[in-house]
Design a protein around this ligand. Sequence first.
Ligand code: NDP
Ligand code: HSE
Length: 439
Amino acid sequence: MSTLPPVRIGLLGLGTVGGGTLTVLRRNAALIAARAGRRIEVVCASARDLNRPRAIDTAGIDLYADPRQVVDDPRIDVLVELIGGIEPARELVLRALANGKHVVTANKALIALHGNEIFEAARARGLVVAFEAAVAGGIPVIKVMREALAGNDIQWLAGIINGTCNFILSAMSDAGSDFGEVLAEAQRLGYAEADPSFDIDGIDAAHKLTILASLAFGIPLQFDRVHVEGIRNISADDVTYADRLGYRIKHLGIARQQERGIELRVHPTLVPARAPLANVNGVMNAVMVNADAAGPVVLFGAGAGALPTASSVVADLVDVVRALTTDSENRVPHLAFQPDTMDQPPILPIGETETAYYLRLLAADEPGVLADVTRILADSGISIEAIMQLEQDADSASVPVVILTHKVQEKAMNAATARIEALSSIRAPLNRIRVENLA
Ligand code: NDP
Ligand code: HSE
């Protein structure tokens, strides 16, 4: 073992991930030191409310209510930011970099929105900003994309990258559970964001997709170009009907290189029941990367929770410790590509993307309605793969109809949807879900 002094850490946040990080650093201290070559010691930490009872033992750690006292503590070599959100996290991270500290963060919102600025500040000072925990919790997806797949042209990636959404959709599928109750359970287990609408409205997944797309394609982080949809409109009926057609509904982040540009989109998606991603349930996440040399690579593991996320935070700490003696020009670039080689291809508007569709419509139970609908689809160049008329409610004169289409450009589907919804025999707005076979 090295005779060098321990590497000293300042920790911002003693919540789910902060607590998990302390637990892992303590529990596996000897193993981690053997791998890093030096001991890692947390010397100070901050939380908003120092009187809050906590399950973790903070003996021997100086605790501050003001996070700036951690950032400005001259003893620390590395700042670990586990507060979340944009401010004060952004200001604190930039201040730590200005103080010459390396940074480890699990904050995907911060990296997706301000990563370009933060990495530039780090690069100017020869410092590392590591963020493995920001995407897919305990899955080492950043490391794989940045290092293990460095020889590949990545054509597309698709991932279940929000544990809370997957937990809710899985429970709806398995037990027909109530949305609100399952969300409350995800919050109790520490999976959800401080504001859970970030999870269920797809924003958290869009933060993560922004990061993955940048690593995959060598493009700047551009969160505002991601098309984002959440899972609020998915009903138990959709889950059941998709199942009958041989599909599961998953909330996916998809980034794909097309000839004309790059697709960046987050939305509920029907995937064939036999596809690997269809069988990823509960809080588990999975990212499928289609790379030209390696072929399809699927990474699977816990996407949220204290210890899985802490595993990634600690792995980053070990990487930072190992990198301390490396010339900063020879470290793995923050976003996989050398900054002066970053490209700026167009990001395609969602109307230009092509997918198949699941359509659920509520139609008057009268002759000719289906003929009208199928004529509109045919006029729009949309071909039908399957059509299923479902049981009529006892107290209703309407019947649900589900249609699966072949691939079509989204703008053609938008036009067809408007025409179908305008039919007097159609009783409610169409429910549309994109379908991907992920082949
Ligand atoms: P928590 O809410 O559990 O913990 C946040 C911690 O930061 C708390 O200790 C809190 O203090 C402190 N804090 C919050 N706001 C401030 C502030 N304005 N100033 C100073 N301290 C503050 O969050 P998590 O541990 O769940 O998440 C931390 C980060 O990790 C987030 O970026 C999140 O997105 C990310 N992440 C979370 C995962 C998870 O499974 N939970 C998985 C992957 C990433 P106090 O305790 O006194 O309230
Ligand atoms: N709220 C996030 C999720 C935490 O549910 O996936 C992990 O990033």
